[in-house]
Design a protein around this ligand. Structure first.
Ligand SMILES: [Mn+2]
Length: 403
């Protein structure tokens, strides 16, 4: 039957029974209120992704992270204008002819749409330019990210300051992404053996975190064996793996917008050679030193004093002058983006979630080792969020022996 009872109900019922991301509306109102404190009496305009931008991704449409963070709005073609008088969500015009492709999208004139979206006001997209111009005349600064608005202040940094501190609800999402990604690594270890190809491992990992509820990969899976283990962003994943080689897997999924980022390095045949284990234990030692030092007030950057990078680098220097083989940064903020935005002026603080991922890369030995965990900075130190996935070499060997 073509005209279903369901389509009738769609037309008659409120559109959104709950916020689109599964958070409460209070979460997004609180974020906008916190942003308002930084904006004072100024205004801000921010647009979500359009359908055309979404089509550039093979994962389908995903909302722009800053816009998602402030609004929770998941549909394409929307925008928001924040003023001291109230916040307005702008929605694209209704196009009944495309509903059969995309489903019915919300429109500004849907009854009760403002309350259902958690906004003071919902307006048609065509009004946005005029409303921004009018509001800009009445308020001191216009904050925006897109240069087309000719902003007098950058909106990216005040939003980044907020995004650095994760709420309890955000931590739950991150933990879901982590649990599914840890399962993916364990599944990879169970499968890895000489003669398989890197893509056999990548496909198992992606299938496992997708099965665990992740909507997509947090970044292209990096599965590098032997000589590929030293290539930091290798993601061709088509080499045959052989006994005696190392396998580096930097692979994780994204759950409800929140990214995990986990790297483990294991022996292809299930047992580290003495040299592999020597290098592995140095990386593990450098990571342990950085984790032990991670607390509010510390920094990530290479040039910072009180830097976690420097602690890991000094560890490598103290153990055989290996610092020159540590060829990337120690870690980064993570959240809605795998490399989450941050304010470089601010040190680590409670509620920040970062990766700690030292590595050593010895191209002449076709040996690259990276160990990457995610940690939550607490009031007094930090907590490793990815601790359920073993990283001690004996634990990895034991898990691979059970295959
Ligand atoms: Mn990372």
């Amino acid at each position: 039957m073509l005209v279903s009872r369901r389509s009738f109900l769609f037309a008659a019922m409120p559109l959104l029974a709950a916020p689109p991301t599964g958070f409460g509306f209070d979460e997004f109102r609180a974020r906008r209120a916190a942003l308002r404190k930084q904006l004072g009496t100024s205004i801000a305009v921010l647009e979500g992704r359009t359908e055309a931008e979404g089509e550039l991704s093979r994962d389908g449409f995903f909302q722009e992270p800053n816009f998602l963070y402030l609004t929770g709005w998941r549909e394409a073609g929307a925008a928001v204008l924040l003023t001291p008088e109230g916040d307005t969500l702008y929605l694209p015009p209704r196009r009944p002819d495309t509903d059969r492709w995309h489903g019915r999208l919300a429109a500004h004139d849907d009854p009760g749409v403002a309350a259902q979206a958690g906004f003071d006001r919902v307006a048609p997209m065509e009004q946005l330019g005029r409303d921004v111009a009018t509001a800009a005349h009445r308020h001191p600064e216009l904050y925006a990210i897109d240069a087309k608005w000719k902003p007098s202040a950058d909106l990216a940094r005040p939003i980044a300051r907020l995004r650095m501190v994760k709420s309890a609800a955000e931590l739950k999402k991150l933990e879901q992404a982590i649990a599914a990604s840890e399962a993916a690594h364990l599944a990879a270890w169970a499968k890895t053996k000489p003669g398989l190809y890197e893509y056999n491992i990548a496909s198992t990992m992606v299938a496992t975190y997708r099965d665990g509820g992740c909507q997509r990969s947090a970044y292209p899976p990096i599965v590098g064996s032997g000589p590929n283990s030293v290539l930091l962003h290798y993601n061709v994943n088509e080499r045959r793996m052989d006994a005696g080689e190392i396998l580096l897997m930097d692979v994780a999924g994204e759950y409800d917008g929140y990214a995990a980022d986990i790297t483990r390095t294991v022996p292809v045949n299930g047992k580290f050679t003495p040299r592999q284990r020597e290098i592995y234990e140095l990386v593990l030692g450098a990571q342990a030193a950085a984790i032990a030092a991670c607390k509010p007030g510390m920094r990530l950057g290479k040039k910072d004093a009180s830097s976690l990078y420097k602690i890991a680098f000094d560890y490598f220097e103290a153990h055989g002058k290996l610092g020159k083989y540590f060829t990337h940064g120690l870690g980064h903020h993570i959240g809605l983006d795998v490399h989450d935005p941050f304010d470089p002026d601010l040190p680590l603080a409670a509620g920040h979630v970062i990766t700690i991922e030292p590595g050593l890369y010895l191209p002449e030995e076709k040996l690259g080792v990276r160990i990457e965990d995610m940690v939550l900075v607490t009031e007094t130190g930090c907590r490793v969020l990815t601790s359920k996935l073993p990283s001690a070499p004996a634990a990895i060997e034991a898990a691979m022996k059970r295959r």
